[in-house]
Design a binder for this molecule. Structure first.
Ligand code: AMP
Ligand code: MN
Ligand code: MN
Ligand code: MN
Length: 275
């Protein structure tokens, strides 16, 4: 089973439209796909139509931005009812602050002499309400401030660097509640990527489970082999379902291509057995 349960399209900060993502996944041998745009499910209908046409199984997906302490953490929702009103309203509330946040990012970058980034980033965003740091990063590359988007995130847009601003995202409890309320499964996205202080990862995972979270991405495009083993152990210890996802954003911007991931380690409970 080649499952890829984490990727993005132009609905949020991916580079390819939903239909192209699904075709590319099918061409790469993916059997089961979830399109997990940031804070939005607007790509589902298009993806479902193409999935049907090319004969690949699609489950609904979304990647919700939450704040936990002073960290921003991502929770992936899978296999929910895409028409659920509570989930839709919750996602709309998360998106509503993004434009105002982008204006504050523009002001912060202007303080170091880089002006006009709001308009520049917006040109990359198909949906203004989903304006993302990724769109700012592409614009900064276009201007020659950095050579590629990974370099941008080393020097800009992250805590302590120019262009970063705090933001009020959803809470952990809200995000998991919207997903569960819509009949879905909540999974911690790329758990090795967050800069948890010592002990905080375990506290976060206990809290995630206590509010109804059920899974972790064990195999992620951004995980090393050691991190895959670490989160396989954690999944077994906590009784979490294990997920697998590339976090593909586009051909030149991603850790790995769609479906090009190692298998889940043995002895885990795959999340796709529970949709
Ligand atoms: P936002 O949701 O606006 O905070 O933007 C977060 C997005 O920025 C992520 O989903 C990635 O697409 C992108 N991003 C964050 N950190 C990095 C990084 N180190 N390298 C490349 N892209 C990144
Ligand atoms: Mn992204
Ligand atoms: Mn993420
Ligand atoms: Mn992602």
């Amino acid at each position: 089973m080649n499952a890829d349960l984490h990727c993005h399209s132009t609905i949020s900060d991916g580079l390819l439209p939903p239909a192209t993502v699904v075709r590319r996944a099918a061409a790469n041998g993916v059997d089961l796909l979830a399109l997990t745009d940031h804070d939005a499910i607007g790509g589902y209908a298009e993806a479902a139509a193409v999935a049907n046409e090319v004969g690949i199984r699609l489950v609904s997906g979304v990647e919700i931005s939450i704040e936990w302490g002073d960290l921003s953490v991502h929770v992936v929702g899978l296999g929910f009812d895409p028409d659920d009103t509570g989930l839709r309203q919750g996602l709309a509330s998360v998106c509503s602050g993004r434009i105002e946040r982008a204006r504050r990012m523009d002001a912060e970058l202007a303080r170091v002499g880089i002006t006009g980034t709001f308009d520049g980033a917006m040109r990359y965003a198909e949906n203004p309400t989903l304006i993302s740091r990724a769109h700012f990063a592409r614009h900064l590359v276009e201007r020659g401030v950095c050579n590629d988007v990974h370099k941008v995130f080393e020097s800009y847009l992250v805590p302590g660097k120019p262009g970063y601003v705090d933001h009020r995202w959803a809470t952990l409890e809200e995000a998991v509640g919207w997903i569960r309320g819509a009949g879905g499964i909540a999974v911690v996205a790329h758990p090795a990527r967050y800069r948890f202080a010592s002990g905080a990862l375990m506290r976060f995972l206990h809290e995630f489970r206590a509010v109804g979270g059920q899974g972790v991405e064990v195999v992620s495009g951004s995980h090393t082999a050691d991190q895959i083993q670490q989160f396989a152990r954690i999944a077994r210890d906590f009784g979490f379902y294990a997920s697998r996802g590339s976090d593909f954003h586009g051909p030149e911007e991603s850790y790995v291509d769609l479906g090009r991931l190692v298998d889940l380690p043995a002895g885990l409970d795959p999340v796709w057995d529970h949709f």
